[in-house]
Design a protein around this ligand. Structure first.
Ligand SMILES: Cc1cc2nc3c(=O)[nH]c(=O)nc-3n(C[C@H](O)[C@H](O)[C@H](O)COP(=O)(O)OP(=O)(O)OC[C@H]3O[C@@H](n4cnc5c(N)ncnc54)[C@H](O)[C@@H]3O)c2cc1C
Length: 414
């Protein structure tokens, strides 16, 4: 016999407990709004997710009075970004030059620590409700307005009525599809293969990258191992597998010679995870009763590791614009609907500019490097990189672009 549909009512239903969803939930409950978050997984313990918490997000933590507690969680601090281009080590960014920021570093923290922290802080409020193992499957629409979400959990179907639904369900957002919002695919010529290789623990975080003809490998220092991201041409995984694991190990060793002695740790293709890179953006982020933010509104390339921080900035802008309307005893849709458009108007520019820079780097730097086969000809340093070496004071500019970005948001008064 089919299960009866259960139902509940909330002021704001957030679908997706990633960086965007949990930060928005924390801000709204602190502003006095009743919030329900749906997260399809049982916990936040997923690997192969971004780990970079940038100075702009650390500023938000400071605004909320949470910086010390946050930095008490396990993390490493990246103060400078380096790359090795055809054997030549260069410095690309110096976060120590961000003098106006409370933290002049990127905090490398496993994403589950970051999300657990946001959840723990939100749970201090009785207004916060987190439904784990609960998947949003559809929007409920009445008279041209989204009035809730259909969801599924272990017990069956669930109907959640809300004054506002916020889709924070990531780059494969079910809700934006259900609401028929148009996605513009911007395209990415690359995919990323993730793998772990061992390292001896060091005091300083040594994250960086190796670039050489035909190869790009980024290494995230996770204290006692390297999380490695080997970049390949889009769709190139089948050809790579066909050439065999030994050929792949050789390619990785050629990309990063200091790691050559550890290739036996890639024991099988099971140790290599493919992460397909997508760059896209919604033309319209909202409709009455529904708003999309974070990757659900704009899937970011991993270049610069800015996706988490843009998602957080979207959440802060959303809470800043909507908190008063949502915390009122009754919500007026006439007041709410124009505010949703204001969130898009505010956050579209940072998303669009950041994606443009990522696409330029993908197409003009990475794709030619991956196509290049001249193993005996060292790559020439691009002129901006040469300039950064000659004038180190300029290394603050890329640090600002990556660490703070366009139109940073502040979370005051929560
Ligand atoms: C290979 C790769 C590497 C990256 N590296 C970095 C990096 O180093 N630093 C960085 O800042 N960014 C990085 N990014 C980008 C970053 O991961 C995203 O931009 C960021 O996580 C977006 O946050 P979000 O909250 O919008 O979405 P997500 O983090 O995707 O969170 C969405 C959440 O919603 C849940 N969910 C999905 N569908 C449903 C549903 N129907 N119902 C209920 N729950 C649902 C998911 O389980 C998830 O918890 C990387 C991306 C890729 C592809």
């Amino acid at each position: 016999m089919p299960q009866p549909i259960r139902s509940l009512q909330t002021r704001c239903c957030i679908v997706g407990g990633g960086p965007a969803g949990l930060m928005l939930a924390l801000l709204l409950v602190r502003a006095g709004v009743d919030v329900t978050v749906l997260e399809k997984h049982a916990d936040f313990l997923r690997d192969f997710r971004g780990d970079t918490v940038h100075p702009s997000t650390l500023q938000v933590m400071a605004d909320l009075g949470l910086l010390d507690a946050f930095l008490a969680r396990p993390h490493d601090e990246v103060r400078r970004l380096h790359a090795t281009v055809s054997g030549q080590r260069v410095r690309l960014a110096d976060f120590d030059r961000l003098r106006s920021m409370p933290c002049r570093f990127i905090a490398l923290m496993p994403q589950w620590e970051f999300l657990d922290f946001l959840r723990d802080e939100a749970e201090r409020s009785p207004r916060f409700r987190l439904l784990l193992r609960t998947e949003g499957t559809d929007v409920i629409e009445e008279e041209g307005r989204v009035v809730g979400v259909q969801a599924r959990d272990a017990e069956g179907d669930l109907s959640i009525r809300a004054d506002l639904v916020v889709a924070c369900d990531g780059r494969r957002s079910v809700l934006r599809g259900a609401a028929r919002l148009q996605v513009r695919d911007i395209g990415a010529p690359i995919d990323v293969l993730w793998m772990r290789l061992s390292k001896a623990p060091t005091d300083d975080n040594e994250s960086g990258g190796f670039v050489d003809a035909g190869h790009f490998l980024a290494m995230i220092d996770r204290h006692d191992y390297w999380q490695c991201a080997y970049v390949i041409a889009k769709g190139g995984i089948d050809a790579l597998r066909a050439r065999g694991l030994d050929a792949f190990r050789e390619a990785v060793a050629r990309a990063a010679p200091p790691l050559a002695g550890r290739m036996h740790e890639i024991a099988s293709w099971d140790d290599v995870k493919l992460l397909s890179v997508t760059v896209d953006r919604l033309e319209t982020w909202c409709k009455p009763g529904l708003l999309c933010i974070g990757d659900a509104a704009h899937a970011m390339s991993p270049i610069g590791g800015v996706g988490i921080n843009l998602a957080v900035q979207d959440a802060v802008a959303t809470a800043n614009l909507l908190r008063r309307a949502l915390a009122a005893p009754t919500v007026s849709q006439a007041e709410l609907t124009p505010l949703l458009a204001k969130v898009q108007a505010r956050r579209m520019l940072p998303a669009r500019l950041t994606q443009s820079v990522q696409v330029a780097i993908q197409n003009r730097l990475l794709a030619p490097v991956l196509r290049s086969t001249g193993q005996d000809t060292p790559l020439r340093l691009p002129w901006p990189v040469k300039l950064l070496q000659r004038m180190p004071a300029l290394q603050g500019l890329p640090a600002y672009a990556v660490g703070v970005g366009v139109r940073p948001e502040r979370a005051r008064g929560y």
